[in-house]
Design a protein around this ligand. Structure first.
Ligand SMILES: [Zn+2]
Length: 149
């Protein structure tokens, strides 16, 4: 089974399990994928990107994760997320499905060191993290009207 992080047009993220990556393609092509939150069929794989530099990825995490239940916290998170996404889209190379391979090549010094983003399956991401390659999901894009249909 392959787990994909999926995203609907309204930015709801959820998980989908598939027997093979071709199953995802098949179900996606036939419009069988549906957002469990809003029912939208405009669904795609969430884009993965390396952790943005400047954050400390090494060392143990300290303290509990910040609570998202406080008033305004989620909105602030969303605004921060949009800023991160914009930064990535403007400064990073889009490599599409080659993301996992390229991220590994950069990590191993076999490819030019630069910021990249693209798509990867849950399994690919898990493997990268196990091998010490820093990747993080890119925050969802705000809904764009022209992407509908
Ligand atoms: Zn949705």
């Amino acid at each position: 089974m392959i787990r994909y992080a999926l995203l609907c047009e309204h930015g709801h993220d959820f998980e989908g399990w598939f027997g093979a990556s071709s199953d995802y393609d098949d179900q996606h092509a036939r419009g069988l994928l549906e957002c469990p939150v809003c029912g939208s069929k405009v669904v795609r794989k969430a884009i993965m990107a390396p952790a943005v530099s400047g954050t400390k990825a090494q060392g143990p995490a300290t303290g509990p994760a910040p609570s998202l239940s406080e008033p305004g916290a989620r909105e602030m998170m969303m605004q921060a997320a949009q800023a991160v996404r914009q930064h990535v889209e403007q400064n990073f190379d889009y490599v599409g499905d080659a993301f996992a391979r390229e991220a590994r090549a950069i990590h191993e010094g076999k490819s030019e060191e630069r910021g990249i983003y693209g798509e990867a399956s849950g399994g690919e991401v898990k493997k990268l993290i196990e091998d010490g390659v820093r990747v993080a999901p890119l925050p969802p894009a705000p809904p764009r009207k022209r992407e509908i249909n």
